[in-house]
Design a protein around this ligand. Structure first.
Ligand code: CP
Length: 337
């Protein structure tokens, strides 16, 4: 952990393989804390963690708050509907109000891309020590989700030693609305960094061919890729083709508002072509795990029966693994401020 260099956690595009190793190793050390002994560690006693969610969340926000409490930090939450946003205060000025109250880490979710980056740049420029952790911004990035998905897959493939190398060479299929998904983008950076080959599958309106080149160049503002050799990305339109040789399947929430934009015409047709069911999983060569970041539209991106089949569906494990992953992220940031 001594090599950890990130003052903020904004995007997994900036993570090296060592960074992924550090987070998974620390999460694995924290994994039993919520169920054993006093169920807490004193590691962040006296630190102040603030969740600033300008967009709704069930999993991410509560999981970060619980992770902070498991490390004995103080937790402060912000509720947009009863805040001074309604009086015209900007998100950045709202965040700076919490910085002035002494927040050590601000976890920020916003519907606009780059709000966490803008805040981090402002804090750096003004000499503030407060760290920013991206809780999901626009279509850009959802780092803690990408990391908990990686940990869930590593635990599935190697339960006794869940390191990034457990997924090297695996064929991971991501299905659905890739274009509008910050989760997919974070997973692309994480999975390819660890040597997985990613197969993307979806209709052309939700998955443009440009995604095949997604990790071929560093994102804007980054001069080089911190990962020497990444896994590959390929695109299939047909689920049957995509599933050939799959080692794991991840499906994404279909944002129903996309129907209003005419990007899909019929949810039943979408489910027929891209919905994951016990039947469609027979196209895989073997029994594979199915992941979904949540929230799930039952009967759209996956069948209810599959969602409830805990021998295949890892949604519950993803939620559980989110706690030690977020404990690790908070520990890495808050012990350095
Ligand atoms: N996966 C995810 O980000 O869920 P929430 O929107 O409930 O936080």
């Amino acid at each position: 952990m001594s090599d950890w260099s990130h003052r903020h956690i904004l995007d997994l595009a900036t993570f090296s393989l060592e960074d992924f190793n550090s987070v998974l190793e620390l999460a694995n050390r924290f994994k039993d804390v919520p169920t054993k002994g006093t169920r807490k560690l004193p590691a962040l006693q006296g630190r102040l963690i603030t969740t600033l969610f300008f967009e709704p969340s069930t999993r991410t926000r509560s999981s970060f708050e619980l992770a902070a409490k498991r490390l004995s930090a103080d937790v402060q939450s912000f509720t947009p509907t009863s805040s001074s946003l309604s009086k015209g205060e900007t998100p950045i000025d709202t965040a700076l109000t919490y910085v002035a109250m002494g927040a050590d880490v601000l976890i920020v979710r916003h519907s606009s891309t780059n709000v966490p980056d803008q805040l981090a740049s402002y804090l750096d420029a003004t000499g503030s020590k407060t760290a920013v952790l991206n809780g999901g911004d626009g279509l850009h990035s959802h780092p803690s989700q990408g990391l908990l998905d990686l940990y869930t897959l590593a635990k599935f493939f190697n339960p006794n030693n869940p390191k990034p190398e457990a997924i090297k060479g695996k064929r991971i299929v991501i299905v659905g609305d890739i274009l509008h998904s910050r989760v997919a983008r974070s997973n692309l950076w994480a999975l390819t960094a660890c040597g997985a080959n990613v197969v993307l599958c979806g209709p052309p309106t939700l998955l443009p061919y440009e995604f095949a080149d997604f990790v071929n160049a560093p994102p804007p503002g980054q001069s080089h890729d911190p990962v020497a050799k990444r896994g590959q990305i390929t695109i299939f339109r047909s689920l049957k083709e995509a599933f050939k040789g799959a080692d794991a399947v991840m499906t994404l929430r279909l944002q129903k508002e996309r129907m209003r934009q005419n990007l899909i015409t019929d949810l039943y047709q979408y489910h027929y072509e891209y919905g994951i069911t016990h039947e469609s999983l027979k196209w895989c060569k073997q029994k594979v795990p199915v992941l979904h970041p949540g929230p799930v539209n039952r009967g759209v991106e996956m069948s209810s029966a599959l969602l409830e089949d805990t021998s295949i569906c890892l949604v519950k494990e993803q939620v559980q693994n989110g706690i030690p992953i977020r404990m690790a992220l908070l520990y890495l940031l808050a012990t350095r401020v």
